[in-house]
Design a binder for this molecule. Structure first.
Ligand code: F6P
Length: 321
């Protein structure tokens, strides 16, 4: 293999730039030509492919977002468009493609490999941490730290006014951002889509907290459960008295300088991805399990059932009492 390309796809995540840098510089070091694709699969279809050198990725390790831009490309679901993408790569003589993105981006990478033999390697880049085969995705750690910083600030003001605060966080159908930020931020309650929640029990808990003298009550709510305002209404209807405030953190969770953990993952994922391509492999994804960098067949990885860490969840609630 002489020429490979890299793209970022789906929602941006902190650490994507660090991964682009790792892939680019390591590939050059190994004697490969490296190409960047602009705006994910959209750029692959529109032939927005350009050669990169070491300097193309200078001064980006600390930046959130992605210098390659990204998109959620609906057309890529259609085989005709994937064929155009494969032909564009072939015209450049590019045989391997590193795809940095989440679940949807990996499905595109799998189809490109299965249908047209493009050797794709996936690097898990999403704040949601919703890929089952890897313990952590790139961007998740930074996002949780961003949420933690928001919880700290909110706790200050909620304590000063003796208020209940519902903090809605991202994560799509996955409750990991809520779980990790909840345990780290000392939340009194954490609501996640993986586990049912009993409204009456939550109301009871808030009332008990008020009675035993807790001066603030932080409820971290994953977006996959419901909207913060809807929960607030339910609590009021259920009989919670006093002031309930809501904060939806939104896109602030997606940006920002990547944490050390995410920069390290970016370096390790990037190097493993390039090494797999050098070995002539494709249709694989890299990840981390039990602190070891691993790679798996992309179809098998996508088929793995997701497991929520219920033990950690229980501990979080015990510590938040
Ligand atoms: O997948 C990352 C994520 O931020 C989710 O947590 C959220 O549900 C979604 O993307 C928002 O998507 P968009 O950027 O298209 O609004």
């Amino acid at each position: 293999m002489r020429k490979i390309a890299v793209l970022t796809s789906g929602g941006d995540a902190p650490g994507m730039n660090a991964a682009i840098r790792a892939v680019t510089r390591y590939a050059i070091e190994q004697g490969l030509e490296i190409y960047g694709v602009e705006r994910g699969y959209t750029g692959l279809i529109n032939n927005k492919i350009f050669q990169m050198n070491r300097r193309s990725v200078s001064d980006i390790i600390q930046r959130g977002g992605t210098i390659l831009k990204t998109s959620r490309c609906e057309e890529f679901i259609q085989k005709d468009y994937r064929q155009i993408a494969a032909e564009n790569l072939e015209a450049y003589g590019i045989e391997g493609l590193v795809v940095i993105g989440g679940d949807g981006s990996f499905r595109g990478a799998k189809d490109l490999f299965v249908d047209f033999g493009v050797k794709t390697i996936g690097i898990p880049g999403t704040i949601d941490n919703d890929l089952s085969y890897t313990d952590f995705t790139l961007g998740f750690d930074t996002t949780v730290n961003t949420v933690l910083s928001a919880i700290n600030n909110l706790r200050d003001t909620m304590t000063s006014h003796d208020r209940v605060c519902i903090i809605e966080v991202m994560g799509r159908k996955c409750g990991d951002i809520a779980l990790y930020a909840g345990i780290g931020g000392g939340a009194e309650s954490i609501l996640v889509p993986e586990l049912p929640f009993d409204e009456k029990e939550l109301v009871r808990k808030i009332k008990t907290n008020q009675r035993i003298g807790k001066t603030s009550d932080i409820i971290v709510l994953a977006e996959g459960v419901c909207k913060a305002e809807a929960l607030k209404q339910k609590l009021k209807d259920g009989g919670v008295t006093g002031s309930i405030k809501t904060t939806t953190l939104g896109y602030i969770q997606r940006g920002g300088t990547p944490s050390m953990q995410d920069r390290l993952l970016a370096a390790e994922f990037g190097i493993r991805a390039v090494n797999l391509l050098i070995e002539g492999k494709g249709g694989r994804v890299v990840g981390i399990r039990n602190n070891q960098i691993v790679d798996d067949d992309i179809s098998e990885a996508l088929a793995m059932p997701r497991k929520f860490n219920e033990e950690l969840y229980k501990y979080a609630l015990t510590l938040g009492k």
